[in-house]
Design a protein around this ligand. Structure first.
Ligand SMILES: [Fe+2]
Ligand SMILES: [Fe+2]
Length: 231
């Protein structure tokens, strides 16, 4: 194609304009149907925010452990329960049982990036949570023996989760918005509701309250308070 002759560009520009208008009209059509496309990924993003609060609890625990301050056994047990029940069962469950298979049905390759990589990180998250549970048992029995390994397992989760969430929010979910239709989004919302009903009444609210309570409790370290007292 010659760029020196303006008239020879006209068919190409018309072609580009046609492509662009087709692209815009596809998304306008989705948005004008009550602006409902993306509700399922919004649910997952809200859950990510709750998981990120649990990661902040872990970071606070690491700070305390590095100062050799004591961590209450119940805080560790409740944190592990949160990661298993909310992080894995509730959140990863929705992604692995419904979102990922639907994307595969729509032609997204099940191998490579992003789906296989994200599934691999879910497996790693489960393994690290099991490691955390084992490290917590040792720490609760003998704080000095278990402290370093507990710090290492927490650091593994602190590194994994924010990077995993970033990949989903900035790579997977924008792609999901292009691949799924409004009807697919509605189907996911129905499946998410069914999945959550299996976790019990107001499961979401209960887990959000749990992680907020953990943040409060880990912030009330008696040894930190003692060290701040004027001597
Ligand atoms: Fe995930
Ligand atoms: Fe996620």
């Amino acid at each position: 194609m010659s760029v020196g002759d303006g008239t020879s560009l006209v068919p190409f520009l018309k072609y580009v304009c046609r492509l662009a208008s087709a692209h815009v009209s596809h998304y306008d059509e989705q948005r004008t149907k009550g602006d409902v496309l993306g509700k399922a990924t919004e649910v997952l993003e809200r859950e990510h925010q709750v998981i990120q609060r649990a990661v902040a609890v872990m970071a606070r625990i690491v700070e305390q452990l590095e100062l050799k301050h004591s961590i209450d056994a119940d805080i560790l047990r409740e944190l592990i329960r949160f990661m298993r029940e909310f992080g894995d069962q509730c959140h990863h469950g929705k992604e692995e049982s419904y979102l990922f298979p639907l994307l595969e049905n729509k032609g997204v390759p099940p191998t490579g990036c992003p789906l296989a990589a994200l599934k691999g990180e879910h497996v790693k998250g489960r393994q690290l949570t099991d490691d955390l549970a084992a490290a917590a048992v040792v720490y609760i029995a003998n704080q000095e023996n278990g402290r370093v390994h507990l710090i290492e397992t927490l650091q593994g989760l602190i590194i994994l989760y924010p990077a995993h969430i970033w990949k989903e929010e900035y790579l997977l979910f924008p792609m999901t918005g292009k691949v799924l239709s409004v009807n697919d989004d509605e189907l996911l919302m129905q499946q998410f509701t069914v999945a959550e009903s299996g976790l019990g009444l107001n499961a979401h609210g209960t887990y959000e309250a749990l992680v907020d309570d953990l943040m409060r409790r880990v912030g009330e370290c008696p040894q930190c308070s003692m060290e701040k007292l004027p001597r």
